[in-house]
Every structure is written in C-alpha cells, then in structure tokens.
Design a protein around this ligand. Structure first.
Ligand code: ADP
Ligand code: MG
Length: 249
C-alpha cells in the first residue's frame, strides 16, 4: 500500500526536533509534489522556520526522515543538501550590498561561485545570458549595474530569490518573502513565484493571506510542530480547528 517515494519531490515523515525537551517540530509528516507551490502558515512559534532549518540541514532532526527525490537528507551536511538541489532563502535578505546586482547574480552562478576573482575577468557570454534571463524574471533587468545596497527592500528580496534561481534548485524554500513589501511588490512576487514553478517545487512560509491566496494551491497549517490542517485555501480557512488557533492568538 505504500506509495513510491518517487511520487514526491519531498517526503517528510515523523520529523521531530527537540530543543532541551521542547519539541518544536513533533512527529510532522507532509509531502510536496513536482511543480507544486506549498504554503506553510501557522501562528508564531508553530515551528515553520524550524522545518526549513531541518530540511536544509541547518538543524539536525531528533527523529524522522526527510526524503528529497528518494534521497535521505537528514544525514547530509548543509552544502551537500544545496548540491542535491535544495535552495533556501532566509527571512532577511543576504546579498552583497557593495557589489552590483549583476555581480551578486554572477557569484551565485554555480560555475563562478568558487572563484571570487573571476569577477574581474571577461564575462562568459553564457553566464551573462543566464544573468539577464534571471534579472528579467526578478524585475531587475534595468538595475544590473546598480549597487545592491541601493535597492529597495523588496528589490533586495527579489535579488536574493534570483541568486537562488541562478543555481536552478529543484526545491526552493522561502521564509516570509513578502515581509516588508508594498502591496504592488507583493503582487509582483506572487507572479514571480507562479512563474518559477516550471520544473521545480517551492515551499513558502507566509502570513499575508492575500499573498497566500495568490499563489497557493495547497496550504499546510502548522501548530505546535504538527500539521493542524491541510488542503485548499478555502478548506483550511473554514476548518474550525484553524479558526480556533488563530482566534486564540
Ligand atoms: P515559527 O517560524 O513558526 O514562528 P520557529 O520555528 O521559529 O517558529 O520556532 C518554533 C519554536 O521553537 C519556538 O518556540 C522557538 O522559540 C523554538 N526554537 C526554534 N529554534 C530553536 C533553537 N535553536 N533552540 C531552542 N528553541 C528553538
Ligand atoms: Mg519563522
């Protein structure tokens, strides 16, 4: 009766992490399909960020399994997980403020990543083509020569998404990507995320319900480290258990 692991890009089963006896993630199971955007919502402290920390290897699981394309991630190191095709964006954008938008994308390009000095050599046409393609996608085509530190907060968030996209991850995880963005920037980000699921899966943690409605097909509601509810936006919003948890806060 068990499903083939290859049916899912990501299969999380019985995942648990205990911090001094406190289970921030408690016997959690969920599955992400190919080309899916999964949104994880839940009150503060529900364990959302910790789940991403566990998937990307930043935090070690106490128990359970995380299978990415059938491969167990809980035993791998952070860089091995990146290499396996998992990209993760943290809540605060981490870009190189002193470098241009173009240079930020260039050093994130897998081939150029190893040699920082490569920046000073003539850019390979193939790399430049990829940079331009990504810059267009993240709405920064006209800002390629701009110093990244001078971008707006929203543009910095997009740049960091671009720095992940240029590595072509099969699973991209974003922690509150529209925090601090204007309404217009949120709409643009939703359009961006809807575009980048071609050939990859995305996990997004987000609070903004309009944004969630703009991107989500399936929503997982986390509460006390467990799945409280899962399904369409409509279904979870009308779930009495979900209403109770949100009203209780
Ligand atoms: P969310 O992202 O849903 O707001 P978090 O995953 O950041 O929640 O945190 C879940 C719970 O785990 C919180 O109570 C938090 O204080 C706790 N927690 C997270 N990371 C650690 C850690 N490294 N050590 C101890 N407690 C932690
Ligand atoms: Mg969080």
């Amino acid at each position: 009766m068990s499903m083939a692991v290859s049916d899912f890009v990501l299969a999380v089963e019985g995942l648990t992490v205990s911090f001094d006896g406190f289970k921030a993630v408690n016997d959690l199971s969920f599955y992400v399909d190919e080309n899916e955007i999964r949104v994880i919502i839940g009150p503060n402290g529900a364990g959302k960020t910790t789940v991403l920390d566990l998937i990307c290897g930043r935090t070690r699981a106490t128990a359970g399994s995380i299978k990415f394309r059938g491969r167990e991630l809980t035993r791998l190191k952070e860089h091995q997980i990146v290499h396996a095709g998992v990209g993760r964006k943290f809540q605060n954008p981490s870009i190189y403020e002193d470098l241009s938008v173009c240079e930020n994308l260039e050093i994130s390009f897998p081939r150029g990543r190893r040699v920082f000095g490569a920046l000073f050599f003539k850019r390979d046409a193939r790399v430049m083509e990829k940079i331009e393609e990504i810059a267009e996608l993240i709405f920064l085509k006209d800002e390629l020569d701009k110093q990244a530190g001078l971008l707006s907060h929203g543009q910095k968030q997009w740049l960091e998404i671009g720095m992940l996209l240029i590595q072509d991850p099969e699973l991209l995880m974003l922690d509150e990507p529209v925090a601090g963005m204007s309404v217009a920037e949120r709409k643009q980000t939703a359009a961006l995320l809807n575009k980048i699921t071609q050939g990859r899966s995305v996990i997004v943690i987000e609070h903004d319900m309009q944004f969630v409605a703009d991107i989500a097909r399936r929503v997982t509601v986390l509460h006390q480290g467990k799945v409280l509810s899962e399904g369409s936006m409509d279904r979870v919003q009308n779930d009495p258990k979900v209403k109770e948890v949100y009203l209780g806060h």
